[in-house]
Design a protein around this ligand. Sequence first.
Ligand code: NAP
Length: 313
Amino acid sequence: MDSIGVLITCPMSDYLEQQLQKRFNLFKLWTHTSDSDFLKNNSNSIQALVGNTKIGADAELIDSLPKLEIVSSYSVGLDKIDLRKCEEKGIRVTNTPDVLTDDVADAAIGLVLAVTRRVCECDRFVRSGLWKKCDFGLGTKFSGKSVGIVGLGRIGSAIAKRAQAFGCVISYYSRSEKPETNYKYYSSIIDLAANCHILFVACALTEETHHIVNREVIDALGPKGILINIGRGPHIDEPELVSALLEGRLGGAGLDVFENEPEVPEHLLVLENVVLLPHVGSDTVETSEAMADLVINNLEAHFLKKPLLTPVI
Ligand code: NAP
């Protein structure tokens, strides 16, 4: 397979690059000074593309690769891939579901514990020496709280399972009810937010879920409510989130993802009731390797004309 040209759009994992290099003719887009010059000279050699949550496969990139057969995404989310364009052109698409579910759910629980028990604030308190002068103060209990989940898919369900172990009562909002669960279903996200203390956002990013958490949802969650976003930044209307936090209309937030990441609104940087992560939901050694293996196994299956492991298209 070493004559097959594979283009990787940006740095993702050393392991993935090494494994791709061993098997294919690997092109690294970021190592070239001009994307357009690189594509002009090499577009006919590229049959596969590996993208991620930063740079996927938009219409322009897809159109510039006339021999492209497959996009193998190093992510489960498909929001950075122009799926319509791929479908039109008969380009196959794969992603990395399941292998990252546990890590992302763990990170969501980590975020809610960090916000409610003020873990990062506590850490800063000890490091700064303030403990020698005064006591820290109280946090908020997580165990037993009512939890709402937006998007009861793989990750949403894994968060629910974990929250249940904390004695939480689980409700959810999705496009359809999941009768196989005994969680309470709300057909309106506003009703869900009004009836829970902690709202986890774990749905896919689509046109419909862009700003699914708007001012109304935030106000329904209320001044004691906590919002955890482990999905994608654009799920939340970020200026509305910032003003609700500044005005005390929302109790706190734990965010792994941001609307214009890696840019983060300055106000969030100084708020103590907010915990910020640099989009690391699935970033563990174990899972990044499993994701890389899945990317490669999908590519190999495609070029060996075998069934794809995790096909999207
Ligand atoms: P999944 O199993 O496909 O679940 C996605 C869920 O989104 C489904 O339950 C779906 O529920 C729901 N959904 C889709 N459109 C909706 C809408 N209009 N309104 C309400 N719910 C909607 O995917 P997953 O593996 O759990 O991953 C979920 C998302 O997590 C990914 O798409 C990705 O963006 C994000 N993610 C983030 C990280 C990170 O590092 N922070 C890592 C991995 C994934 P219904 O079909 O019932 O509506």
